[in-house]
Design a binder for this molecule. Sequence first.
Ligand SMILES: Nc1ncnc2c1ncn2[C@@H]1O[C@H](COP(=O)(O)OP(=O)(O)O)[C@@H](O)[C@H]1O
Ligand SMILES: [Mg+2]
Length: 189
Amino acid sequence: MQGAALLTNKPNTIRKVYGMDDFNDPYYQFIKMIEQHQDNPFFPRIYRHSIYKNKEFRLSGIHSYFMTGVVLMEKLQPLYGGRIDNDTIVAMFENLGLKIDTPDDLYSMFEDRKTIQKVIEKTTNDTFADALRMLLSSGRRSYDLHSGNWMIRLTSVGPQIVILDPVYGSDINSIPDEQVRRMSFELVA
Ligand SMILES: Nc1ncnc2c1ncn2[C@@H]1O[C@H](COP(=O)(O)OP(=O)(O)O)[C@@H](O)[C@H]1O
Ligand SMILES: [Mg+2]
């Protein structure tokens, strides 16, 4: 995401304001995708998603985007550094058939298509595998699933892992090979 998460006066709801230049924006596409899959508990609940086409978004300093997106999302808890102790985190991933000992393990395990494909084969949880297949369906090559981009939903049957923010702003990695080659050719030509 390229934006900010803000508190709201609605219970258990946060507002995210982000910038995008066009409708291929990876965060916009991610929110659109999970809106279609709200039955998958590994994705955040989305209550509203609006795009303001004529509203420039300025994040910090000089960088600005042509359009502003606003998402109302359920409020979640941090995975690391919050109320969950490390043994519980290890056990939650063990329940998915995965071994995560330190926060850094997450980033490398979900770094790109190849490693995510391995997790899909390894996980014992079909719903988690579905969520990962949906991430791959965007076509992008690398992901941004460091430990800060995972969250927890506290439920009456225990904590649920949630994928918060799997992509980063610049989307060069999701451009097909051929297009990248052509672009680099144009840059040096
Ligand atoms: N749904 C949420 N509930 C609670 N905190 C959130 C939520 N979404 C984001 N945050 C807080 O904001 C931080 C950044 O959110 P994120 O979506 O990863 O955007 P970015 O990567 O652009 O900073 C998170 O690490 C978390 O601390
Ligand atoms: Mg993030």
